[in-house]
Design a binder for this molecule. Sequence first.
Ligand SMILES: [Zn+2]
Length: 106
Amino acid sequence: MGDDFAVIAVVALGVVMALELAAGTTLVIRDTIRRRGQWGINLRPVRCPECGEPAPVVRRPRNRRQALWGGCTCEVCGTEYDKWGEPVPGAGGRDAEPGAAADSGV
Ligand SMILES: [Zn+2]
């Protein structure tokens, strides 16, 4: 009886891990194909969306988001963009309005 339970537990764990792996793989493939989102893999070089400066070859994450999901901050103009070369909303750069969010609603 004890052995049966162990086998069932191992099989159940394997099924759960396989499903999680399949879900993760699906997300990566989906975002890679549509070329946006956090899960995809971008093998092409990206440039700053504001000034066209190429992203550094050796990426140095400036914050937790960049460390987790990729992207970088432009060395020239300071625009933060994701791994697809799209500007990150509200993350600094030319369009950001410092203090605007802090002033509202208080
Ligand atoms: Zn730039």
